[in-house]
Structures are given as C-alpha cells and as structure tokens.
Design a protein around this ligand. Structure first.
Ligand SMILES: CC(C)(COP(=O)(O)OP(=O)(O)OC[C@H]1O[C@@H](n2cnc3c(N)ncnc32)[C@H](O)[C@@H]1OP(=O)(O)O)[C@@H](O)C(=O)NCCC(=O)NCCS
Length: 199
C-alpha cells in the first residue's frame, strides 16, 4: 500500500499533493502520451529512465529546497465528484527560478488527455494562485507556453494573467509551431487581489 501523503491543497474537485519516490509510473504514463507532449517535445515521450533517475529525484529535492511550500504537485480527483475517484489526472507546478527570489514563481500544468476540457487546469491553477498570493507572500506569477498552445493560453487568460512578451528561442530541434514563438503571461499580487471576487 502506498504511504498516505498529506494534501497540499484542495479545490472543489481536486486534491493536490506532493509526489513521493513511489510515483515514477504516474509520471511515465503521463509523458508517454504524444498528445500531452505535443507542445513540449513535438510528441516524443520522456524516456522512463530519465523520469526515474533525474526528473523524480529533482522533484523530491525541490521540496527540501523550498521547505515543502513550492514544487511539483500531483492532482487527483476527489471522491464525491467523479466517476473515477482518486484518479491521477496530472500535475501542477509553482516554482521559482533556480537561483531566483522566492516571491517570483512560475505556474505550470500538465494533465492527462482524459481530463482535458473540464476546467481542471483552471480550477487547480486558480487555487494555486490564491495560495501563492495569500499564504506564500508571492509577488509575481508567470507562465510560459508556445503561442500555438491555445488551450494553455486560454487557461492563463481565464486566470486573469496578462500577455507580457512573445519571444523566439533558438532550438536545435524545433517542433511544429516553434516559428510562432513562445508567450509569457504574468499576474502580480496586486492584480490578483483587485480582480478576484471579495470574500
Ligand atoms: C493545456 C491544458 C493544461 C488545459 O487543461 P484543461 O483542464 O483542458 O483546461 P481548462 O478546461 O481549465 O481550460 C481550457 C480552455 O481552453 C479551451 N481550449 C482548449 N483547447 C483549445 C484549443 N485548441 N483552441 C482554443 N481553445 C482551447 C477550452 O475550451 C477551455 O476554455 P473554456 O473553459 O472557455 O471552454 C491541457 O490541455 C494539457 O495538459 N495539455 C498538455 C500539456 C500542456 O500543453 N501543458 C501546458 C504547457 S505550457
């Protein structure tokens, strides 16, 4: 039996928790779907050994580094709301730059295809923004995606984030859509507090 992991955050339909050393298979399965990886690698799966040997150890090291407050978070469906309670639907991330200040963090998300189009990315991200700005003293959240990743851009727009930059990184092995560039969206604590409904 897997060890119980205390939730990091709960939303109406999702529980977010920290990953454990037992979770490699969840990440391997998520990254094995070409549709999930389309705008990340052009559809290539992440090699399982890379997940086991580098990716997962780095995730766990991040919890140590940021005192469990930031990092990659596994998302599961809550029992009361779904046909497949407890199912792993993907991950969210709140992470500073490697040597950057802790009050500027990146937001990211990667969900299994079966979970797309039901508002989960927006629901999880909104709760993370709220936690970042109200509990973690974060000042700025940014998110990057390929311009052509319209679903991801749409999530950022629904969160109230603003498009602040389009840039064209050099890639050795560009994927389809790279020519349209990457976009950066941002939201500050001030913008978050002025846009969200009063409690
Ligand atoms: C991007 C992603 C996280 C969106 O997750 P999701 O749970 O489906 O997102 P939501 O349902 O909260 O919102 C998506 C919105 O974009 C819209 N959308 C989705 N695909 C779209 C497309 N191709 N064109 C236009 N709009 C699109 C949806 O209709 C929805 O808007 P609505 O609520 O107004 O209908 C998910 O598709 C995913 O994990 N993709 C693979 C990994 C990835 O690309 N991650 C982002 C990398 S930066």
């Amino acid at each position: 039996m897997k060890p119980y992991v205390e939730p990091y955050l709960e939303t109406e339909r999702l529980t977010l928790r920290r990953f454990t050393a037992e979770d490699a298979d969840l990440l391997i399965e998520l990254d094995s779907d070409p549709a999930v990886m389309r705008y990340l690698t052009g559809g290539k799966p992440t090699p399982p050994e890379e997940i086991r040997e580098r990716y997962l150890p780095r995730i766990l090291a991040g919890y140590q580094k940021w005192d469990g407050k930031l990092g990659l978070l596994a998302a599961h469906l809550k029992p009361a709301h779904e046909r497949d309670p407890g199912a792993f639907i993907g991950w969210f991330i709140l992470r500073p730059k490697p040597e950057g200040p802790l009050d500027e963090v990146e937001l990211g998300y990667r969900l299994r295809q079966a979970a797309w189009g039901r508002g989960y990315a927006t629901e999880g991200s909104r709760a993370l923004l709220d936690k970042a700005f109200t509990e973690l003293d974060v000042r700025l959240v940014w998110a990057d995606t390929m311009f052509v990743n319209r679903g991801s851009r749409h999530v950022m727009e629904k969160l109230g984030m603003t498009h602040v930059d389009t840039y064209f990184p050099d890639f050795d092995d560009p994927i389809e859509g790279t020519e349209h560039g990457e976009v950066r969206y941002e939201i500050t604590a001030e913008q978050w507090f002025s846009s969200r409904p009063a409690r």
